[in-house]
Design a protein around this ligand. Structure first.
Ligand code: HSE
Length: 310
């Protein structure tokens, strides 16, 4: 049995515009890293967290990675002691699935160190417990794609049923992270709790169209399905210049765009890298003009999920 392991898990774009809480995809960069070490004593400890500007707790019962691993060990009936080092390689509260990537890296690393008692997809409920600690809701549309790679549909929460669908090979994502903080908890609390039948019909038409477009590599269908009447009308108010940023991506030739997860990051999908990069430049121009610092990520869709890197 190995004594220690280092794992990378990818950032994710949840919702993909119209699939609130049921659709997400993973990107190649950024992502988080977790180092895990077997201990000769029992108990879970967190000896180091880097890249978080001191914002995250090292109390394993309150930390996303700690909680996910504690729940996993409890399920396995294991008393194995483990020490965690978490390296945040992406901004917190950014809408990039930061807590999900940490939790996924943690449970994947723990499962590996213990000799893989569970299949990769069986790790999902434990990573979701990490999400619950981070934002009060155990949604799966970040953890599932980070764990499985690619585009993932959360068909049902009870019972949990996730479906990975094939990724169009020429699809590229542009993500821009403006330097403002939007807490997922707050971005969820401003949403309407009820939906009119009229809006529901629009939304499920778009979700079905988007999924069909992704599966058949129909880029035009992907683009025209990227419309959201559930979250965007409310959450856009939390992101200065949001509609101009989205329009800037479309002007560059992107297929469509939206808020990444609960924001404040904004994303776009394009059918080649050149367009995705141009979209990034255009989007950054808008935030720059508003005096809002930002960084841009351009990436293929990540199909691999978590990777052992040491
Ligand atoms: N589906 C979740 C939300 C993702 O939109 O609140 C949060 O990252």
């Amino acid at each position: 049995m190995e004594k220690s392991i280092k794992v990378f898990a990818p950032a994710t774009v949840a919702n993909v515009t119209c699939g609130f809480d049921v659709l997400g995809f993973a990107v190649d960069n950024p992502g988080d890293e977790v180092e895990l070490k077997l201990k000769s004593t029992t108990g879970i400890t967190i000896s180091a967290i880097t890249g978080d500007e001191g914002k995250l707790t090292k109390d394993p019962e309150l930390n996303t990675v700690g909680v996910s691993i504690i729940r996993l060990l409890a399920k396995l009936g294991s008393k194995q002691g483990l020490d965690i080092k978490l390296h945040k390689k992406m901004p917190l509260g950014s809408g990039l699935g930061s807590s999900a990537a940490s939790a996924v890296a943690g449970v994947f690393a723990a499962n590996q160190l213990l000799g893989c008692p569970l299949k990769q997809e069986e790790l999902l409920p434990f990573a979701m417990e990490g999400e619950r600690i981070a934002c009060g809701s155990a949604h799966a549309d970040n953890v599932a794609p980070s764990l499985l790679g690619g585009f993932v549909i959360v068909r049902s929460y009870t019972p949990l049923d996730v479906v990975k669908i094939p990724t169009p090979k020429d699809l590229f994502a542009t993500i821009i992270h403006p330097h403002i903080e939007v807490r997922t908890k707050d971005a969820r609390s401003i949403l309407r709790k009820d939906l009119s039948l009229h809006d529901a019909i629009k939304q499920w038409g778009n979700v079905a169209g988007l999924v069909a477009g992704i599966i058949t590599s129909d880029y035009a269908l992907i683009g025209r399905s990227m419309d959201d009447v559930v979250a965007e009308p409310y959450r856009s108010m939390l992101i200065p210049g949001y509609y101009d940023v989205k329009q800037a991506a479309l002007d560059a030739g992107a297929l469509g765009g939206g808020i990444s997860g609960s924001g404040p990051s904004v994303f776009a999908l394009s059918k080649d890298e050149k367009t995705a990069k141009k979209a990034g430049v255009n989007m950054a121009k808008v935030f720059n003009e508003l005096g809002i610092g930002n960084e841009v990520y351009v990436s293929r869709i990540n199909n691999a999920g978590p990777q052992i890197i040491g």
